[in-house]
Design a protein. Structure first.
Length: 107
């Protein structure tokens, strides 16, 4: 083996080692995002949002002052698509059907 070929092999080996180290640094994320993703999913879990909206409506209906209720009403209106009031026989109370996001929340 001649000295030029040996030098070239040494140079290629050094380059390979440098590239392996760079690849390892890139492959390993600097931060583990799995835990953060799990926290975000938990915060925006539909079941948690449903519970929060139910609490908000309960508090507004039973404990809030008029100003708080006025601020809440546009939010509730956005959740309701349509309200259908139906006739019933005799002296029964009218039937009420609510359609929209709030119906899914309350179901």
């Amino acid at each position: 083996m001649n000295w030029g070929a040996a030098a070239k092999l040494d140079e290629l080996e050094a380059t390979r080692e440098r590239l392996v180290l760079e690849l390892e640094a890139v492959a390993a994320p600097s931060e583990d995002f799995q835990e953060k993703i799990a926290k975000v999913r938990q915060q925006f879990n539909p079941a948690n949002i449903e519970v929060s909206i139910r609490k908000l409506i309960f508090l507004a209906r039973n404990n809030a002052d008029e100003q708080a209720k006025q601020r809440l009403m546009p939010i509730v209106r956005d959740l309701i698509q349509t309200v259908v009031i139906g006739k019933t026989r005799g002296h029964q109370p009218a039937s009420l059907q609510v359609h929209g996001s709030i119906a899914n929340i309350m179901a």
